[in-house]
Design a protein around this ligand. Structure first.
Ligand code: AMP
Length: 131
């Protein structure tokens, strides 16, 4: 039953995620692995996605290791606002007038890295709704 096996896959994926002590973005933040940085400040880092979905595809991540928007707390309010402002700053730095910001939350919504991140995608027409 395709629906069941997909659900089982996501359950296993979520368990593996919880058991994992770190994410690839944590390793990027620590400088353990390189990234193509486009912006950095005390609260966040922005770098190019390794598998770009458009001519511009940048990820904005908080330095604080929040797993996803689901785990964000009331005292993250300023940080979340900052991430969106940095996303807009990055889009403008990249010369975009139109772009899409995306935050996938949970495996079934497409989240594969469990460190909160904002996708900034642009440079081509973007269809709606997404898949
Ligand atoms: P999501 O699927 O919303 O969790 O997005 C994770 C994104 O991280 C994907 O678009 C991946 O292509 C991207 N990604 C994974 N590893 C790296 C990496 N080492 N450097 C840059 N982007 C990455």
């Amino acid at each position: 039953m395709p629906g069941l096996s997909q659900s089982l896959f996501h359950t296993c994926f979520e368990q593996a995620r919880v058991m994992s002590a770190d994410t690839i973005f944590g390793r990027i933040l620590r400088g353990d692995i390189p990234c193509d940085e486009v912006y950095s400040d005390d609260h966040c880092l922005a770098f190019r996605d390794v598998a770009p979905q458009g001519p511009v595809h940048v990820l904005v991540i908080p330095r604080k290791p929040i797993e996803s928007l689901r785990e964000a707390a009331d005292d993250d309010q300023a940080l979340l606002g900052h991430l969106l402002l940095v996303a807009a700053k990055v889009a403008k730095l990249e010369g975009l007038e139109h772009w899409r910001t995306v935050i996938n939350t949970g495996a079934e919504a497409g989240q594969t890295v469990f460190h909160l991140h904002v996708h900034v995608i642009g440079g081509r027409p973007l269809a709606w709704p997404p898949g």
